[in-house]
Ligand binder design. Structure first.
Ligand code: IVH
Length: 718
């Protein structure tokens, strides 16, 4: 009788060991078939039976649990979250260098550390720095047993099931490899696959992704490996962790060995032995960069000899034998397909270049702001020239686009040789493209110069200004009404049915009431439905009480951002005092005007804008109606003296019924407490509303004080 047919209870230890080995092989083979392009050759039920048998044998013989046991890694049945994996060797990061001098210093430092003279040449490798996610893949006896993300360098996440879906990564290594092999490298998404994925998302009307790196990261963190499999991730091997045996004695030969074992390795890696050669390879890779199908953000230099690497060792988190020479902000060529004008909340006409999509610095760029009429002409805000030879930007032009970090893409320059012979200068509109009112450039009262912004004079009659106002009103840092996004605001604004219309902010709060008396039901309209309508009403009514600074910010007063709104709220304490003060300041003189200007952080331009806002009867009329619907709360008093919770760390969890989360947070912070998102041993109080789950459990486990909302209110004085 073969071991497979013996009942678990009857297995001898020897049989059990060989049976566990067989099960590991069989399950791994089916995992591979499942995640690869072929279909598994056993049914799900049979597969589950194999796993159950494996678990039962392991329960009986815990000492026989294999390192590659199917129970040890996320297999076909992914767990709710990714299990932590402690790296056998930490995964380090690299120091960055930005200039030729930095590179010279790095090389000189290596020579100095090793006590070598410049004529005792040290060989370096140079290879692209791939902009993806680092991964450590462990093989035992030639088989993949686990794969983990870098995490914090010490502990990563077990993403084995997902890594198994990457066809480029071998599941099994050739015979004769060391018994323990940890191959490290970068998982990435090709630019072409990223663009194709985004095109598909767009065609399906779904949200597109920002850049290949984030998409690759998101794809790896899928609990369902089938999703990962559909994303076409790729891999380059360039480093290693634990190795039971070293098959080579240099960086270069190690990577070549990985290639022989079936791993993809980057073809641009080179061995070099002088700073001059290193720098010229850097330039060469830089030139190739736009044409590569993957994002890179620099070139990594490593001391080639592993013996020297060992002597050089590490600083706290990075090796002394390597550095990453970063590229400057990336630029790319593309064409201006059109110039559109967007009309903002304050009526500003902003020209936007619609570009042929291109990836720049790892992000797909399709638009670039052209700021204003002067910018298009090549003139900066202070009248300075911003482009060589005063190049203006015209529709059809080939342009150089630059993106640095998270900064909005800029059109740097125009490739004049490529300009079409008939291309005409762009004519900036003199009327608002939305409402047809005159669009003018105001004179700056202080300098007497023309303002760079062209503004629609339509005010409230301009649909763009009105809808942008509403969008601002419901936005995250203002009223933050979930379920009222751009699309919904446009829908309610355009609607002619009085029971469905939202033209000004107070209309938001009368919607439910107007709906109650109407036959045209929102829930019957495409895109809404019963549940989402109920949620929308709940979200709206939750905001009937609102923090004062949010209320002020939501009014959309020119120059009044979140910070200014907070200053105003804190200074005036309540809305009535604020409005009265602004009205009294109407003459731009007197105590009220002086009080406003005395607030640290409020300048004259802002002060004027606020006072002007309150002079417009249309604004005060809307505010009066709004105050009939919502109550701005008193601002927190800045003092925390005598507060029972000052200095304490508080976590709110569960669904709060007595106050909104933001309110609770602001209130607690006002009393000098710190509000945290997760429970740890540093937490002092956990306030749990109904339905609280894991955070409450954790608090109990850690012996942290817990209370319900009423107890919290009693503690802080109601
Ligand atoms: S070597 C001990 N080589 O860059 C050094 N890293 O900033 C191990 N990276 O976490 C890293 N391409 O994710 C190395 N050719 C390359 C690389 C590379 C990209 C990433 C890696 C690492 C980060 C450090």
């Amino acid at each position: 009788m073969s071991t497979e047919q013996i009942a678990v209870e009857s297995l001898t230890e020897e049989d059990a060991a060989s049976e566990l080995e067989r099960l590991a092989r069989e399950i791994a083979r089916n995992d591979a078939l499942y995640h690869g392009k072929d279909a598994p050759d056993i049914s799900d039920a049979d597969y589950d039976a194999l796993k159950r048998r494996n678990d039962a044998i392991e329960a009986r013989f815990p000492s026989l649990i294999r390192p590659d046991s199917p129970s040890r890694h996320v297999g076909a049945a992914p767990s709710e979250t990714f299990a932590p994996v402690v790296h056998a060797r930490p995964m380090l990061s690299l120091d960055n260098t930005f200039s030729q001098e930095d590179v010279q210093d790095f090389v000189a430092g290596v020579y100095r550390f090793l006590g070598r003279l410049p004529d005792q040449s040290i060989v370096f490798t140079a290879e692209p720095k791939i902009d993806g996610l680092s991964m450590s893949i462990r093989y035992e006896n030639g088989r993949m047993v686990s794969a983990a993300t870098r995490g914090d360098g010490t502990t990563g996440e077990n993403v084995t099931a997902n890594i198994r879906t990457i066809k480029e990564i071998p599941q099994v290594l050739p015979k004769g490899v060391p018994s323990v092999v940890e191959v490290r490298g970068e998982v990435y998404m090709a630019k072409s696959d990223f663009l194709a994925l985004n095109a598909q998302m767009e065609a399906e009307g779904k949200q597109t992704y920002v850049n290949p790196r984030n998409t690759a990261a998101g794809s790896l963190r899928q609990l369902d490996p089938k999703v990962t499999a559909s994303r076409k991730l790729k891999f380059f091997a360039y480093a290693w962790g634990e190795m039971s045996d070293m098959p080579a004695d240099s960086q270069y030969d190690m990577v070549r060995m990985f290639k022989d074992w079936g791993f993809p390795v980057n073809p641009l890696m080179k061995r070099l032995n002088s700073v001059a050669d290193i720098l010229s390879h850097y330039d060469e890779i830089g030139l190739k960069r736009p044409g590569l199908d993957y994002d890179i953000d620099g070139v990594v230099y490593k001391v080639d000899s592993l013996e020297l690497q060992a002597r050089l060792g590490f600083r706290s988190r990075s090796p002394r034998w390597a550095t990453a020479h970063k590229f400057p902000a990336e630029q790319a060529f593309t064409t201006v397909e059109n110039i559109d004008i967007q009309v903002g909340r304050t009526g500003a006409l902003t020209p936007v270049a619609r570009l042929t999509p291109i990836t720049v610095g790892g992000v797909v760029v399709t638009n670039a702001t052209l700021h204003n009429a002067d910018y298009i002409k090549g003139i900066g805000n202070s009248g300075e020239r911003i482009r060589e030879d005063d190049h203006d930007i015209r529709i059809g032009d080939t342009v150089i686009v630059q993106r640095a970090g998270d900064v909005i893409p800029q059109v740097l320059d125009v490739v004049m040789e490529k300009r079409a012979p008939g291309a005409k200068p762009y004519e900036f509109p003199t009327v608002c493209p939305v409402c047809g009112s005159h669009a003018v450039r105001e004179k700056n009262e202080k300098t007497g110069k023309l303002d760079s912004v062209t503004r629609c004079t339509g005010g409230f009659i301009c649909r763009a200004q009105a809808t942008e106002h509403l969008k601002h009103f419901v936005s995250r840092n203002a009223f933050d009404i979930e379920g009222l996004g751009t699309k919904q605001v446009d829908f309610f604004f355009e609607n002619d049915d009085p029971a469905l219309q939202i033209r000004t902010a107070p209309d938001i709060f009368t919607l439910e009431e107007r709906q109650a008396g109407s036959l045209t039901k929102l829930e019957n309209i495409d895109g809404f439905g019963k549940v989402s309508v109920a949620k929308l009403y709940a979200a709206i009514s939750e905001r009937r009480r609102i923090a004062l600074h949010r209320f002020i910010y939501a009014l959309g007063i020119r120059h009044v951002g979140e910070t200014t709104a907070k200053l105003l709220a804190r200074s005036y304490g309540n809305y009535e005092a604020f409005e009265a003060g602004m009205k009294e300041a109407a003459t731009l003189a007197g105590d009220a005007w002086n009080d406003l200007n005395a607030i640290e952080g409020i300048g004259e331009i802002m002060a004027r804008a606020i006072v002007e806002f309150y002079k417009e009867p249309r604004n005060t009329e809307v505010i009066t109606r709004l105050l009939g619907q919502v109550t701005p709360l008193e601002a927190e008093k800045p003092t925390t003296a005598g507060s029972p919770v000052a200095g304490k760390t508080v976590v709110f969890t569960g669904s709060l019924e007595k106050f909104t989360r933001d309110e609770a947070k602001a209130r607690a912070e006002g009393l000098g407490a710190k509000v945290a998102g997760s429970v740890s041993k540093n937490t002092d109080i956990v306030v749990a509303g109904p339905g609280a789950g894991s955070k409450l459990d954790k608090a109990r486990e850690l012996g942290v004080q817990t209370m319900d909302e009423d107890e919290w209110l009693a503690l802080i004085g109601g």
